[in-house]
Design a protein around this ligand. Structure first.
Ligand code: 73E
Length: 755
């Protein structure tokens, strides 16, 4: 093996390099080291097609996986340079929104580590998810140019080009590759396509760019604003561009590996990550047709090759495109989609399962389910809900296609990299084996009775809280107290995730603090930390952010309450912020309305880092609860069955709860109190107040009392530090199940059969 020395990649002494020069040198070194490791190869290859790959910063991750981290850090230190400074310098590629995109990134890490030949396939967005900033206590969005001028990129330009035809517009693409380093293993690649005619000059701002010039703006943004028709059609253009490139790449590569295309399924497995890549199905059928394969056989080949993952049951997220959009974007697919529709109609009468409905809308998930061989949900409860209710008519037709693959996270990033203190403590006790065989973490369990070890665990958490506090102060000038309880809810802002429930708790806590006598005041201050971006056009989500920030200011201005309570909103929450935040958390808020969060993956990250879950019995929380046992998790709220039944009855009336519970009413009304209005905007605060009182679609009020009571218990239990750390230890020990290595091994065994 080559000795990699950073000095040989810089053309002057390391001490004299600018950050940019050092970063570029590190990039070249890492790329060479990855190339030396080599790439996973095999007859059959996975093509994981996804509109999002939320890969996060890559420098440290790659150095760790390549086994170069300590050595490079030492070499830098010798020259008086700090690796942390370069980690800070690196721009995060925010090529995803949240869990779905981050899952795709974790999966690629696990595929590489497990030695599975895999390619991620997606788009090379010039701007990632918008940058969030706060002004007047509100969210503002600006474009995120993650590719810095003059900076080498992780993306390697390849000589691969394809032509993609959009009706009367034809474009060419270029494929870029990013190495996906596995942990002490060979690499895989992430293949991202860009359109050759792209032109960043059409960007004025995120909302306001010329959406009609498709050849120029196709790959500029992840999820262009879709509040108008031009934006929605652009989305369809992106999707078709992505899958046409993917299909052409895959057919080329399979032929190179020896496929005669009739046997495509022996050479390729396609995983369709949510419905965004659905058009790969008709596109493959079309391309196989061009290469002389008849329709019926092509359908069978494609079915044997493709598998579909469902990530949500939220109706508004299930894609359904007017056939007229597809007619404009990819007219060549229309006759194929119509044939698929006719095929289904010929067999099944139920309207629910048709491909094209009576209004000429194409139901993307329905194409996936009929014309792939596997349909999976992402947590046990979610899969059960798909089978029993959301997709029940399909489950009746194809029970053998349905299967569950509970999500996972890569422990290399979510502990080894982001929590060096815990990594050291754990590895010092049980060795390094858990990094590739995560269930070995269970070897920690006996230490639950070792007070000295629990004290060390406490010390690690304390240090992480201090480190986070320093980062937050530098990041946005907010000062938090590391001696307080860090109560964290970080995830996309959505009403079903119920940040508003946590907000109402904080208001109630504030109101109670004002009524307490000195001798009743709590021992520990609570710092409620939110991190969340709201979709730019999601009005109520933005109102919730506004209310959270305003409440933070109200409390800050109160000399007594501010000693016991602080509410903080992290600006521009992204993977980088998550890596600072999660190791510092004491409480993991996973409080979605039961049945609505398909899985959640931050719940797993927090658990692995020793935070205790306060959650509803939703998504993967259910499996966490089963694993750690009721003493080591706090659950509350209505069950998914109760929630589903209440929706079915259609008789939910938030006012009836408001009228029965004085404290709830006081908390809700505080949103529009003089104190809040002095900080905020009446339009936003009134709108949120009215929304909760009159609609509350995600049923915050029915769970409020139980949430408050349970959270009071959590805070009480926090006072017994040793008992708390015992819970943390059990959580860490049991987190092994949530390694994405386990998830990927299950996909391989049940769906892909790459080996
Ligand atoms: O529960 C999460 C899940 O953990 C779910 O909400 C999320 O996927 C995660 C990974 O499985 C998700 N994201 C989307 N749908 N489900 C989505 C839908 C449309 C656009 C972007 C993302």
């Amino acid at each position: 093996m080559t000795e990699f020395s950073l000095a040989s990649y810089a053309n002057k002494p390391l001490a004299e390099c600018t950050e940019l020069e050092l970063f570029n040198a590190l990039l070249s070194l890492t790329k060479d080291a990855a190339a030396e490791k080599g790439y996973n190869q095999g007859k059959k290859r996975l093509y994981y097609i996804s509109a999002e790959f939320l890969i996060g910063k890559l420098l440290s991750n790659n150095l760790i996986n390549l086994g170069l981290y300590d050595q490079v850090r030492a070499e830098l230190a010798e020259a008086g340079r700090d690796l942390a400074e370069l980690e800070e310098f690196e721009n995060e590629p925010s090529l995803g929104n949240g869990g779905l995109g981050r899952l795709a990134a974790c999966f690629l890490d696990s595929c590489a580590t497990l030695g599975l030949p895999a390619s991620g396939v997606g788009l090379a967005y010039h701007c990632g998810l918008f940058r969030q900033s706060f002004d007047k206590n509100k969210q503002y969005e600006s474009p995120d140019y993650w590719l810095r001028w003059g900076q080498e990129s992780w993306m390697r330009r390849t000589p691969k080009h394809y032509t993609v035809n959009f009706g009367n517009l034809s474009v060419t693409s270029t494929m870029y590759q990013i190495d996906v380093t596995g942990y002490h293993s060979q690499c895989d690649t992430l293949n991202l396509f860009d359109v050759d005619t792209v032109d960043e000059r059409v960007i004025k701002n995120r909302i306001n760019f010329d959406k009609s010039q498709v050849a120029k703006n196709l790959t500029l943004f992840l999820y262009p604003d879709d509040s108008d028709e031009a934006g929605r059609i652009l989305r369809v253009y992106q999707e078709y561009f992505m899958v046409s490139n993917a299909a052409q790449l895959m057919l080329d590569e399979c032929v190179e590996r020896g496929s005669n295309l009739h046997d495509l399924a022996d050479y390729a497995a396609v995983q369709i990550n949510d419905t965004h890549p659905t058009m790969v199905i008709p596109e493959l059928i079309r391309l196989l047709g061009e290469r002389g394969i008849g329709f019926d056989e092509a359908v069978q080949i494609v079915r044997d090759t493709c598998a579909y993952t469902n990530h949500t049951i939220l109706a508004e997220a299930l894609e359904c495109w007017p056939l007229s959009f597809i007619e404009r974007v990819a007219p060549q697919l229309v006759p194929i989609i119509q044939q698929l529709d006719a095929f289904v109609r010929g067999q099944y009468e139920d309207d629910f399962v048709q491909v094209i409905d009576q209004w000429q809308n194409v139901h993307m998930a329905n194409i996936d389910i009929h014309f792939s061989h596997s349909v999976n949900g992402v947590a046990a409860l979610h899969t059960k809900i798909l089978e029993d209710s959301e997709l029940a008519p399909f489950y009746k037709i194809y029970p053998e296609k349905f299967n569950n693959k509970t999500n996972g996270i890569t422990f290399r990033r979510w502990m080894v990299e982001c929590n060096p203190g815990l990594n050291k403590l754990v590895s010092g006790k049980i060795g390094e084996g858990w990094k590739t065989d995560a269930e070995q973490l269970e070897q920690l369990l006996p230490l639950a009775d070792d007070p000295a070890f629990l004290a060390q665990l406490d010390q690690v958490k304390r240090t992480n809280k201090q480190t986070f506090a320093a980062w937050l102060a530098a990041h946005q000038g907010t000062v938090v107290d590391p001696d307080s309880v860090f109560d964290v809810q970080s995830k996309r802002l959505h009403e079903y995730k119920r940040q508003q429930l946590n907000l109402l708790w904080a208001i109630r806590k504030y109101q109670r603090l004002q009524m307490l006598e000195a001798d009743e005041l709590p021992k520990h201050k609570v710092t409620v930390i939110f991190g969340a971006k709201a979709a730019p056009a999601y009005t109520i989500a933005k109102d919730i952010i506004h209310a959270i920030i305003c409440l933070g200011k109200v409390i800050e201005a109160d000399p007594v309450a501010s000693k016991y309570l602080q509410v903080v909103m992290i600006e521009n929450y992204n993977v980088t912020a998550a890596q600072h935040l999660i190791p510092a958390a004491d409480i993991s808020e996973q409080i979605s309305l039961a049945s609505k969060e398909a899985s959640g993956t931050s719940n797993m990250k927090f658990m692995l880092n020793g935070a205790i879950t306060l959650g509803t019995m939703d998504g993967a929380n259910v499996e966490i609860a089963e694993l750690v046992g009721e003493d080591n998790i706090y659950t509350f709220g209505d069950s998914s069955d109760e929630v589903i039944a209440r929706y079915k009855r259609g008789d939910y009336n938030p006012r009836s709860y408001y009228e029965k519970d004085e404290e709830l009413a006081a908390a809700v009304d505080f949103l529009t109190s003089d104190a809040m209005l002095a900080q905020g905007d009446a339009t936003n605060l009134n709108r949120l107040h009215d929304e909760l009182l009159n609609k509350d679609w995600f049923m915050t009020f029915p769970d409020f009392a139980d949430y408050c009571a349970t959270k009071a218990q959590v805070l009480k239990d926090y006072e017994d530090r040793e008992a708390w750390q015992r819970k943390a230890l059990v959580n860490i020990s049991k987190a092994g199940y949530f390694s994405s290595d386990r998830t990927i091994a299950q996909y391989e065994k049940d769906i892909w059969h790459l080996r």
